[in-house]
Design a protein around this ligand. Structure first.
Ligand code: FES
Length: 87
């Protein structure tokens, strides 16, 4: 599990191993647009302000992956205990 912090509100949500960031955000009433939910369309791209994403999408380029400034919340996870999202 890891945590996501919403930069705008300071809310911190826990993302368990069996749920996606998108599912956790939706359950918390945080609106993030999504479509494919398979990491292929790019609709759910969300900015990352702190922390290191574990990218599992097929949208970002290698350079964008290395930069780690955004992630697809429908599939990607975190390499650090917390990600601060630009939400
Ligand atoms: Fe398509 Fe996340 S909803 S990449």
């Amino acid at each position: 599990a890891f945590e996501v912090e919403l930069a705008g509100s300071g809310r911190v949500l826990s993302v368990p191993a069996d749920r996606t960031v998108l599912q956790v955000l939706e359950a918390a009433g945080v609106l993030v647009l999504s479509s494919c939910e398979e990491g292929t369309c790019g609709t759910c791209e969300t900015g990352v302000l702190e922390g290191v994403p574990d990218h599992r999408d097929s949208v970002l380029t290698d350079a964008e992956r290395a930069e780690g400034r955004s992630l697809m919340v429908c599939v990607s996870r975190s390499r650090t205990p917390r990600l601060v999202l630009d939400l």
